[in-house]
Design a protein around this ligand. Structure first.
Ligand code: NZQ
Ligand code: ZN
Length: 382
């Protein structure tokens, strides 16, 4: 078991009504002026933004809204929102949306204290400010775990780089998780979210450190993701199913599964980030294509570990190979792709993909990948 420290300063409110009951009081602690960040409009249609602004009005907090953050967020939107937060003299940032909005809100909270572009901070050309503005999150999509971690992922399409950045100042001060807000997530994004939370669990599980409790937690998350993943596709408006998926997603990436480990592998996320920057495909869809291929490619090295996962989730005697088949069928069943051809990415794009894999040095922390590995995995994803 590796040495580890536990630190997670995010206060999390979970459950029906948590925003309308608590946001006013929680926000009042951090000041009088809030910049709210939202995406392309889902939170206006489903009433979530109204819930938030009513709470701010009740607390006497002035606010402005920055609208239009795209899925797979770009650093330019973060820079524009940073300019608005400075002009408005915001003393807190509130992200209302899925991972793309929350990640941008984190970058804005951090970038508020710097004169540089957030991208220069991401590329470590400029030192990050020591402090960030306080950040509150109202999550509307279960997937990334960003609501309870210190990471934010941004994309630079021109440079063909999608990059995660971590900073203790980017832990949300408070996150609100009302599962009723996720009832309006379309089925495809619901499935991508399940693929994402499973991918986070795998990335940490395949860290080879000997940490049995974290490994047992991981197998339980995967088993429950199979159950609730199937259930939510049958009953997308069931509160309890949505609530369980939301908590699985938070737990998969809030540090719990890293106890006794060395941070996880993250090779499959590196593959996905290259696909995202080239084709702008949804994060979870890229992962459901890449993970089965990675498992097949590295099977000789992970066989015992995958067999343990197979037996714990699917029953005694289930082999590692059978687990991969099961996983692919599960992804198909819930409606997230398992091959590049399903999302219109043909073999003609392979040279470009390999070039970006090489440019971004796509590799895992524990399972290294060279150009031969890239080619073999790409063939399995085709
Ligand atoms: O833009 P709007 O209109 O809000 O619509 C969004 C978007 O189209 C929609 N949506 C969100 N909540 C909804 C809803 N539609 C209806 N009802 C609701 N309640 O869903 C679409 C996808 O939203 P997005 O935020 O892009 O999805 P997700 O939460 O999967 O976030 C993906 C981003 O997070 C990054 C990914 O790389 C990607 O950029 N990640 C962040 C991580 C982190 N910070 O720890 C870790 C992850 O591995 C991941 O890399
Ligand atoms: Zn992810």
């Amino acid at each position: 078991m590796e040495n580890f420290s536990v630190y997670n300063p995010t206060r999390l409110h979970f459950g029906k009504g948590c925003v309308t009951e608590r946001l006013a009081q929680e926000a009042a602690v951090w000041g009088k002026r809030a910049l709210i960040l939202i995406g392309k409009g889902s939170v206006k249609k489903n009433g979530v933004l109204d819930d938030v602004t009513r709470q701010l009005e009740q607390a006497g907090i002035h606010y402005e809204v920055f609208e239009g953050i795209k899925s797979n967020p770009i650093y330019q939107d973060a820079d524009r929102a940073i300019a608005q937060s400075k002009a408005f003299k915001a003393d807190m940032i509130i992200g209302v949306g899925g991972g793309s909005v929350i990640d941008t809100a984190k970058a804005v909270a951090l970038g508020h204290g710097s004169n540089a572009s957030i991208w220069d901070i991401y590329m470590r050309k400029v030192e990050a400010p020591a402090q960030a503005l306080p950040l509150l999150c109202v999550l509307t999509l279960a997937a990334t775990g960003t609501e309870m971690n210190m990471f934010a992922v941004l994309q630079n399409d021109e440079a063909r780089i999608k990059k995660g950045f971590g900073h203790p100042g980017m832990y949300p001060k408070v996150s609100f998780l009302d599962p009723t807000y996720t009832l309006s997530v379309p089925l495809n994004y619901t499935a991508y979210g399940i693929a994402d939370l499973m991918a986070h669990t795998f990335e940490l599980y395949f860290d080879p450190s000997d940490a049995p409790l974290s490994n047992y937690f991981a197998t339980d998350i995967i088993a429950l993701a199979f159950d609730y993943g199937r259930a939510v596709i049958q009953k997308p408006h069931d509160y309890d199913i949505r609530a369980n998926i939301m908590w699985l997603a938070t737990t998969a990436l809030n540090g719990t599964l890293n106890a006794g480990k060395r941070g996880g592998d993250w090779g499959v996320h590196a593959i996905e980030h290259a696909l995202s920057v080239l084709f702008d495909i949804p994060h979870g869809a890229g992962l459901s294509i890449a993970y089965p291929a990675w498992l097949k490619h590295f099977l000789p090295k992970i066989k015992d570990k995958l067999s343990f996962m197979a037996e714990r989730t699917l029953g005694k005697g289930t082999t590692a190979e059978a687990f991969i088949d099961y996983l692919e069928n599960f992804f198909k069943e819930i409606g997230t792709p398992i091959r590049l051809s399903e999302v219109g990415i043909g073999e003609d794009k392979h040279p470009l993909i390999l070039e970006v894999f090489k440019q971004n040095r796509v590799r895992g922390m524990h399972f290294d990948m060279n150009e031969e590995d890239h080619k073999a995995i790409l063939q399995l994803m085709a």
